[in-house]
Design a binder for this molecule. Structure first.
Ligand code: ZN
Length: 214
């Protein structure tokens, strides 16, 4: 199996699995895209930095990496947006019958810096989209079954750790709901847990990355 996706999330999207290979490798990535009839030249990627910056991308950005950001938004239907992960949360957003879409890389730092509120704010205020029409996909990531963290996370996120473990997706969900977003589709997969399917930085200290695309 090369992909997983949410059957309920309405837009064309996927997250690669281990068997698709390291998606940071351009040769492997391009060959995967061609095998499913997608033109890899239409893809826009980010040089992710665990920050909270979001960039709006246009046709002229196709086939490039955008520097210093962890989120991409476009209203160009021909573009594909992608985000690399190996334990952090890949978030995909589709709006207004898929006229506008976004990808976001969310680790604890970006979450703390407000990247989730930031992308939703840009979509609502910059693109005049109603929060009710936003649909959000939460891809495979390290979940509360495996994500042991320091106690300082309790203050950062105003939560209680359960057995020393942080529930990132619960925080994402609460932030989305506070922005008025209620169409949330979580694939409920843990990257650290499922060694067969996913790369996990926490488990393997690997440099291989999964790719989520919308
Ligand atoms: Zn787990």
């Amino acid at each position: 199996m090369n992909f997983i996706f949410s059957v309920n999330f309405p837009y064309k999207h996927f997250t690669t699995t281990k068997s698709a290979g390291d998606m940071k490798n351009k040769v492997e990535r391009d060959s995967l895209f061609r095998s499913i009839g997608l033109n890899p030249e239409n893809l826009v990627l980010a040089n992710q930095v665990h920050g909270s910056a979001i960039k709006i991308v246009k046709r002229c950005d196709k086939n490039t990496f955008i520097d210093n950001c962890d989120g991409l938004i476009t209203d160009d239907k021909n573009l594909l947006l992608g985000i690399f992960t190996a334990d952090c949360i890949p978030i995909l957003v589709s709006c207004n019958n898929d006229e506008v879409k976004a990808v976001v890389h969310v680790g604890w730092k970006g979450l703390y810096l407000g990247i989730v509120e930031s992308v939703i704010g840009i979509l609502i205020n910059g693109f005049c989209i109603s929060s009710k029409s936003l649909k959000v996909y939460i891809g495979p990531h390290i979940r509360s079954c495996c994500y042991k963290t320091g106690i300082e996370m309790e203050d950062k996120f105003n939560v209680k750790l359960a057995n020393g473990k942080l529930n990132l997706s619960a925080i994402v969900r609460a932030k989305l709901e506070s922005c008025g977003v209620n169409k949330i589709f979580d694939v409920n997969q843990c990257t650290c847990h499922n060694e067969q399917l996913f790369f996990s930085y926490r488990r393997d200290c690997c440099t291989d990355r999964l790719l989520s695309v919308i």
